[in-house]
Design a protein around this ligand. Structure first.
Ligand code: PEP
Ligand code: MN
Length: 340
């Protein structure tokens, strides 16, 4: 639709698409609303429908999309999407840093970490309350208690938050306590969870599955968009490694320019799970920014040796602060502003 299309003009186009038995989706963008038709359309009615739509008041352009994930594809939605998390914008702007512990362990641990990462320039606090652990005997997270700490600390410090949801039944609860929902790598194809998160009205951080192709990743994002939620950030966090001797996963940094080209959604990188080793996290965070990522998400713990999960990959507040300084210079070198 044109940037100045009226609500009546937008609704008329939506109704017209509906009347043809197709599914219209409103996608509000930065300065204009796009309307997607996610349904398959037979070739014989395609051109006629396109002509009808072109003749409607307020319509700026009609585009045929050839990629199977129509809503996530940049073909249909050329402008980069900006995702708003609290007051923070991810995508099509300054690089954003998200940081915090792997898991929320106590009110004090979260508060201490949050204050430190915020002072270093992180704009969004991460911290898991529901932890997807490989073993049922590992720490599963403080769950609802952890969510309360997250909300309290965020309120005290005035920082936006992201936390993982692992069960569709908990989406509403998590959405009440956090500014953004995280869907973890191992849940990338949990379709019921994607649908529930898509309907939550909250922005979603979608992590790439450890063995997901780029197309599978974008189909997962399509589930969220298809529920009418265009506030989706993609996160590359490493794929199945050939060799686990040195790194936990293989961080696929080439996914960044590929995704930036084929989708309008913002792309961030998680060098913590991507390497699994705090010694390698800074290098990969810098490389991610140089490669064009819209942000980074980094695990930080005040005492990594005492962490209840992922201590081996956690940066200390000091190392994180140093990384943020260097990251700023790398971003400047490649002509990118940062948000710290
Ligand atoms: C996490 O962010 O703590 C996490 C579990 O990440 P992933 O889903 O990428 O493994
Ligand atoms: Mn973790």
């Amino acid at each position: 639709m044109h940037a100045n299309a009226s609500e009546e003009e937008i609704s008329a186009v939506v109704d017209l698409i509906h009347a043809r038995g197709l599914k219209p989706l409103r996608l509000p963008g930065g300065d204009h609303t796009a309307i997607g038709i996610a349904s398959a359309i037979s070739p014989d009615i395609r051109e006629a429908l396109a002509d009808t739509l072109r003749g409607q008041p307020g319509v700026s352009n009609v585009v045929h999309v050839s990629r199977p994930y129509k809503l996530a594809s940049r073909e249909f939605h050329i402008a980069s999407t900006r995702v708003r998390v609290g007051e923070v914008v991810i995508g099509d702007g300054p690089v954003v840093a998200i940081a915090g512990p792997c898991a929320i362990e106590s009110r004090n641990q979260l508060r201490e970490t949050a204050a430190a990462v915020q002072a270093a320039g992180a704009r969004i606090l991460r911290g898991g309350a529901f932890k997807p652990r490989t073993s049922p005997y590992s720490f599963q997270g403080l769950q609802e208690e952890g969510l309360r700490y997250l909300r309290e600390v965020a309120g005290e410090l005035g920082i936006a938050t992201v936390t993982e949801v692992i069960d569709p039944h908990d989406v509403e609860l998590v959405a009440k306590h956090a500014d953004m929902l995280q869907i973890g790598a191992r849940n990338m194809q949990n379709f019921a969870l994607l649908i529930a998160a898509g309907r939550s009205g909250k922005p979603v951080l979608l992590k790439r599955g450890p063995s997901a192709t780029i197309d599978e990743f974008l189909f997962a994002a399509e589930y969220l968009l298809h529920e009418g939620n265009d506030q989706v950030v993609l996160c590359e966090r490493g794929v199945m490694p050939l060799d686990r001797t040195y790194t936990r996963n293989t961080l696929d940094l080439s996914a960044v320019p590929v995704l930036k080209e084929i989708t309008h959604l913002p792309v961030i990188v998680d060098p913590s799970h991507g390497t699994g080793n705090s010694r390698y996290v800074p290098a990969m965070a810098l490389a991610a920014i140089a490669a064009g990522a819209d942000g980074i998400i980094v695990e930080v713990h005040p005492r990594p040796k005492e962490a209840l999960s992922d201590g081996q990959q956690a940066l200390t507040p000091q190392t994180f602060a140093q990384l943020m300084q260097t990251a700023k210079r790398v971003a400047e070198a490649v002509g990118r502003p940062v948000s710290w």
